[in-house]
Design a protein. Structure first.
Length: 306
């Protein structure tokens, strides 16, 4: 029975006293048995929380009471088990790191394309569709025919654009990401670079997968999510992927059968990227996890310590 509600949200707003907001938010979430991850910065809030539906609802009501946050919308799904071990509220310079000091999505962003209109829009000949996510996310699913910038982090996106912008100068640019937050920044960035026809998928991939029937979908594969579910598919049903806890890359069950896979130590994507010393540390970590389990304790590693 899917009795755990998972809510993802973000909002750009000007916060001032971050330490005070962090402290009160941590207390409220703990009091209401909420787990998850929330990032706070002077530019706003970004998070995913999980718990019993009533507890999540009251927590979202509290978050909407924060300065400038009354219009926050969440993308909600349900799962049978808690996808987080604990509640973390972190202070950062940006709620999604792009490293561009002049970015301000509160001033201007691209034109929103609703999920129900996305298929028709991206089929037009004068539209270029760009996936703003990172390689490991694109690898497990994306829209048919979209462009992958091959970035390892969102901070690399501006550099990619500068190198490739002349290819797309006469096109309409349509961008998408998991929940919409990266596109708020990437569309603002392109507009600041003088690009006029900039669009993005409203609510991101998660909204699209929630609303568009699979038989009408242009999405191929699954969507990476930043919790223990690892991926979701249409109707936001939990996908088949698991994490390699050495490199944090998503793996299909069949990929765990490969000879390079050692639980918590390596997979075919990272075996040649870590030293034997690294692998030794990973094995010791797995040993401590197992000892903690035998004692009936939780050991924090990745999302679920497994």
């Amino acid at each position: 029975m899917d009795n755990i509600k998972v809510s993802t949200f973000y909002h750009f707003t000007a916060f001032s006293d971050l330490s005070k907001i962090k402290g009160s938010l941590e207390i409220f979430c703990k009091k209401n048995r909420i787990k998850g991850s929330i990032i706070l910065a002077f530019e706003g809030i970004n998070g995913t929380i999980a718990g019993k539906p009533a507890d999540v609802t009251i927590t979202l009501k509290y978050i909407r009471s924060l300065p400038g946050c009354n219009s926050i919308k969440s993308k909600d799904s349900y799962t049978s088990s808690m996808p987080f071990n604990r509640m973390k509220v972190r202070l950062k310079k940006e709620i999604v790191t792009m490293g561009q000091p002049n970015i301000d999505p509160t001033k201007v962003v691209g034109k929103y394309i609703a999920a129900e209109n996305w298929n028709t829009f991206i089929e037009k000949d004068d539209v270029v569709v760009i996936d703003t996510r990172n390689n490991y996310e694109v690898d497990i699913g994306t829209f048919e025919g979209s462009i992958n910038p091959n970035t390892e982090s969102f901070k690399q996106f501006p550099e990619w654009w500068e190198k490739n912008k002349n290819k797309y100068k006469d096109k309409k640019i349509a961008m998408f990401c998991t929940g919409g937050i990266r596109c708020e920044k990437s569309t603002n960035y392109l507009i600041g670079q003088g690009v006029e026809n900039v669009f993005h998928l409203k609510g991101g991939i998660l909204k699209y997968l929630e609303e568009i029937p699979e038989e009408q979908s242009e999405w191929v594969g699954d969507c990476f999510v930043f919790d223990a579910r690892v991926s979701v598919g249409h109707q936001l049903k939990e996908g088949p992927h698991e994490l390699c806890y050495a490199c944090r890359q998503p793996l299909l069950p069949k990929e765990k059968e490969r000879s390079e896979y050692e639980h918590g130590v390596s997979c075919h994507k990272c075996k040649d990227k870590t030293t034997e010393s690294d692998k030794g540390r990973f094995r010791e970590r797995q040993k401590q996890i197992q000892l903690s389990r035998k004692r009936g304790q939780k050991h924090m590693a990745g999302f679920d310590g497994s």
